[in-house]
Design a protein around this ligand. Structure first.
Ligand SMILES: Cc1cc2nc3c(=O)[nH]c(=O)nc-3n(C[C@H](O)[C@H](O)[C@H](O)COP(=O)(O)OP(=O)(O)OC[C@H]3O[C@@H](n4cnc5c(N)ncnc54)[C@H](O)[C@@H]3O)c2cc1C
Length: 501
């Protein structure tokens, strides 16, 4: 057990600078922190939509949220709209936060389900403050001073410019002592026991360290290049393997939600920022050519493209171990799940949070490393199942891609959840897993999985009582959304970017 003194972060993309910012804030100058990045090797540059957990990261860094929004040309996000996923023409929103108001006996959605199956309740949108606000382009932060109002339950995340985010965090990290070294790493030297000892840059400069965080993106320079850790390939469940990303001009009011539109062999994202809209087409090269995928993307933009589409290739899956010897991989170096539910930056955040929990200050212990790998493996699997659900729960039969997805076998853990929902509409959340019961509910219902029956305990209330309960929730939410400002107005009044994009 040798004490750790010098930590080297490899890579200056979102994950590299998020790691640098967090370590410099939490470790308070006790360790030497160096970040190596190459100006010649560009960052992935996409990664613009997030989920509400990012608020915890910002809080830990003690960021001024309005400043962060201004500096990254960000907008607010209340959920994701899914178009054409269940069937062509379908549309639903996966809103963050809660739905309805839980009763002590059974979940709110069970009362809703009873009435819905009888044709007496509206779609879920009306019972969620987040989704109702999305549909009217409204936004405000939650009102902590009104604990009994749905206005206190607004849950939000951000859309931001990933390059500006990295720049913002670089400034933050350097102010807290992180030393940035620019240069291309051409060699990774290992000790006899396989641990990484140092990196050699093209200039000949050597960077030594006790502990390395591999944030080198898909290259996975240390965790795979040097340590040959291996990769679990999940592309039989998530067959998309390419993406094209292109920004376009903003021509309409910015929506407080991401849009994901299913196409013939994949899906297209739309992420509204203050200065532009981020777009991308994620697709499966087995079913569509690059030229066709480009044409689909370019013919479905709100405004004029601001650059040529940038191609990206990937294999969905995760590294067999995200911590191997004295190297922890965070970000794309640790694995990749497509950004359908905007979870990659969240997985970066969890990689950092768990790293801090198991930080090897006094030297490496295999027990800590094993536990880190176990918890990170679980984080990836939870997200994996939720993303596969979107593909599996489709009724589309219009292309071979959707036929494959509809018919594929899915992990047992996911099959079990779908079966459980199909019988009595039951959903559950295991341990600290990321997605809540209402997340599962919204996607399963939004993609047309219909339970055969509702929870029998809802019969303890009369139908009139249930109907009054639903109507009251709907009325209160509607009144709350009425008083919210528009998303554009909220940004203009609180955090409009001061510089042009
Ligand atoms: C198509 C697509 C869409 C995405 N959308 C989202 C989204 O909406 N939401 C979300 O949360 N996530 C999204 N992601 C994921 C997100 O982009 C990444 O998780 C995030 O940007 C982290 O990337 P990274 O920092 O690990 O890697 P990168 O950005 O690739 O950075 C790698 C760094 O390593 C450095 N480097 C590499 N090799 C060397 C070398 N030899 N010497 C020196 N330096 C080197 C590079 O210079 C660079 O600084 C998306 C990803 C893809 C592919």
């Amino acid at each position: 057990m040798n004490e750790i003194r010098k930590v080297v972060i490899v890579g200056g993309g979102t994950s590299g600078w998020m790691t640098a910012a967090a370590l410099s804030k939490v470790l308070k100058g006790r360790y030497e922190l160096t970040l190596v990045e190459s100006d010649e090797i560009s960052t992935i540059g996409v990664g613009e939509a997030t989920i509400p957990m990012i608020a915890l990261f910002n809080k830990m860094l003690e960021l001024d949220e309005n400043e962060f929004v201004r500096e990254t040309q960000a907008s607010f996000k209340l959920g994701i709209e899914f178009v054409n996923w269940g069937r062509l023409g379908d549309r639903y929103i996966h809103g963050f936060g809660v739905i309805g108001q839980d009763n002590w006996t059974v979940d709110f959605h069970q009362y809703w389900l009873k009435q819905y199956l009888a044709g007496k309740a509206h779609e879920l949108d009306r019972y969620s403050i987040n989704t109702s606000a999305c549909l009217q382009n409204k936004f405000m932060r939650p009102r902590a001073d009104m604990p009994n109002s749905p206005l206190s339950q607004i849950a939000y995340a951000f859309h931001f410019d990933a390059a500006l985010y990295a720049k913002f965090l670089r400034k933050y990290s350097e102010a807290r002592g992180v030393v940035r070294v620019e240069g291309r790493i051409v060699e990774v030297e290992q000790r006899e026991d396989g641990n990484v000892a140092s990196l050699t840059l093209q200039s000949g400069q050597k960077v030594e360290g006790d502990f390395f965080v591999d944030c080198s993106g898909f290259r996975a320079l240390l965790i795979e290049g040097a340590l040959k850790t291996g990769y679990d390939d999940w592309s039989h469940w998530l067959p998309c393997d390419r993406a094209l990303a292109v920004p376009c001009a903003s021509v309409k009011e910015i929506t407080p939600f991401t849009r994901s539109t299913a196409r013939t062999a994949g899906w297209q994202w739309r992420i509204p920022l203050q200065h532009r809209i981020g777009n991308g087409h994620v697709y499966c090269s087995r079913y569509i050519s690059d030229d066709e995928a480009t044409a689909v993307l370019l013919s479905n933009l709100d405004g004029a493209p601001l650059a040529d589409p940038r191609p990206i290739r990937f294999t969905t899956g995760r590294r067999k171990k995200t911590w191997n010897k004295n190297v922890v991989a965070i970000g794309l170096a640790s694995g990749f799940l497509e950004p359908l539910e905007s979870t990659s930056i969240h997985l970066v955040q969890m990689g950092i949070a768990h790293l801090l929990t198991f930080f090897p200050a006094a030297g490496f212990a295999q027990e800590d490393i094993d536990q880190y790998n176990r918890v990170m493996g679980q984080e990836f699997e939870w997200v994996r199942d939720f993303i596969i659900l979107h593909y599996k729960a489709t009724e589309r039969r219009d292309t071979p891609f959707w036929n494959y997805c509809r018919e594929m076998e899915v992990p047992e853990s996911l099959q079990h959840r779908m079966d459980l929902f199909r019988t009595h509409g039951r959903v559950y959340r295991e341990g600290n897993e990321l997605f809540t019961k209402v997340s599962w509910l919204q996607v399963m219902h939004g993609q047309r999985i219909r339970p055969q029956a509702y929870h029998p305990l809802t019969d303890l209330l009369t139908e009139q009582e249930i109907q009054a309960y639903l109507e009251e929730v709907e009325g209160v939410i509607s009144a709350c959304v009425d008083v919210m400002p528009s998303h554009a107005q909220f940004i203009a009044e609180n955090c409009a970017a001061t510089r042009p994009g």
